[in-house]
Design a binder for this molecule. Sequence first.
Ligand SMILES: [Zn+2]
Ligand SMILES: [Zn+2]
Length: 279
Amino acid sequence: MDKRRVFADLHLHSSASDGLLSPSELVERLSKFELGAMSLTDHDTTDGLKEAQQAAEKQGIIMIPGIELSTVMESKEAHFLGYNFRMENKELQRELQLFRFSREKRLAAMIGKLNRLGIVISHERICKLAGAGAMGRPHLARAMVEAGYADNVADAFDRYLGRGKLAYVERYRLSPVHAVELIRNSGGTAVMAHPGLADMDEYISTFIKAGLQGLEVFHPAHTPEQVKRYIDTSERHGLIVTGGSDWHGDTCACYASDCSWGLDRQRFNILADYLGRNR
Ligand SMILES: [Zn+2]
Ligand SMILES: [Zn+2]
């Protein structure tokens, strides 16, 4: 693959979602790579955008407001990037609130329901059972078994934790079409993130009908063949091409030697033009 000089990294995470660096630390780190433009695309939150914008302004980097929305369809997960949307859009913020509730509060809500049924399970014990992984219903079930409230995990699910049972709390999930519509309705440009990871190519035309406008072609997880294929797909459907490192601050970020992610200046100019017109 030709060596390209990366001008823009349009997929980045900060500690506002699951990244390690704060938005301003992230911008400062990126400024060392002489990037011309970036987008902070935290998962399901716009909380880091203001700080990132201020930091980028100081460094003279173009900062495009972004977000990455997780969706589920037929048990497969697809992510969508939104660019240049109106952050204060009520519909969008309401949805993000629901996401937050599902992620952080679902388990607490289930523990609360159990408590009201006289079943006392400590949050700390579930934490221990989950180890480094994300806490979920299986850990809650194991804690219940340990404490003698259920015969086994299946029993805990049957009586309390299964869908529709006494202590069940629904998890909120967006569909891909809904995510695309949310981004479009808030004035943003909707891009499918790392389509190579989603394995939903056969639905791309469905997403386009819902308003999808671009594909994230240049992503570290994509093979050169996938990059080529998604460029073809983009050209065939008139989609814009985006790219980014999906950096979470955990590995070493490097743009200089191998430039298979992010956008070069020419592609960024095309995108910037598009974003300007789409707004
Ligand atoms: Zn993603
Ligand atoms: Zn990401």
